[in-house]
Design a protein around this ligand. Structure first.
Ligand code: SAH
Length: 228
């Protein structure tokens, strides 16, 4: 599955494949070495996921505002989360992955390049609907968007080989662990002011381990939904 850099906004200098490649180089310099992840970042035109007014900054490696007090994830963080999930998988191309916090849909599009099926849940209805519009031109048949409180996971579609969160809770909700397939992992930021990107996994003997990877800064995981 590939996504090409054509869009309604055109293939101008600021949104061209070359600028995107520079962003990927920057992410590589920050330590992301998995070629599958770098190829996925190269394939997804991030400018389709930001406001037209911000398109010129779409390939800076930073978070950008989405409205509703939320931000599109920083490419490095999307890449790091994907790399950590991939590291735990034997067969990513058949893996079922849940993303909590669809936001713009950008990370879901990146994950769709790497995993078999991507479910993504968002609690703000307006963002959920915009993500659907943002994703449409990419025709990613394996991405399924859901509107709801991802703190509950997505029980109807469980089990998942990985649950990747784009919002930080004070702890990893126990139901996420319950919705993992054997050998599955949760990749999630944990904490309030001080957050750590964390990986929760269950080994063959049913033993849970939680590894702290690095300090990060995500928006909070909130409960309930916003219907407006
Ligand atoms: N991955 C997104 C980043 C979005 S920011 C992107 O690439 O654009 C995090 C998102 O998590 C926000 O849109 C926020 O509304 C959402 N969120 C926060 N708590 C949530 C919850 N309990 N369930 C679902 N989504 C949640």
């Amino acid at each position: 599955m590939t996504a090409r850099g054509t869009s309604a906004q055109g293939n101008t200098g600021l949104t061209s494949a070359r600028v995107r490649q520079r962003m990927v180089e920057r992410v590589r310099e920050l330590g992301i070495r998995d070629p599958r992840v770098l190829a996925a970042l190269t394939a997804v035109p991030r400018h389709l996921f930001v406001d037209a007014a911000l398109a010129s900054r779409a390939y800076d490696d930073c978070a950008l505002p989405l409205g509703h007090g939320q931000t599109i994830s920083q490419p490095y963080i999307v890449a790091r989360s994907a790399e950590l999930a991939l590291g735990a998988m034997v067969a990513p191309k058949t893996a079922r992955v849940l993303e909590v916090g669809t936001g713009s849909g950008y990370a879901a599009a990146v994950f769709a390049q790497l995993f078999g099926e991507v479910f993504s849940v968002e609690r703000v209805r307006a963002l959920h609907e915009r993500a659907r519009v943002n994703l449409r031109p990419l025709r990613l048949a394996t991405v399924r968007l859901a509107y709801g409180d991802g703190a509950d996971g997505l029980p109807a579609d469980a089990p998942f080989d990985a649950i990747i969160a784009a919002a930080a809770g004070v702890e990893i909700p126990p139901c996420w662990a319950q919705q993992l397939a054997p050998g599955g992992v949760v990749v999630a930021p944990v904490g309030e002011e001080q957050q750590q990107l964390s990986v929760l996994s269950k080994d063959r003997h049913g033993q849970w381990t939680c590894r702290r990877i690095e300090p990060v800064r995500f928006v909070p995981l909130l409960s309930g939904v916003i219907a407006a």
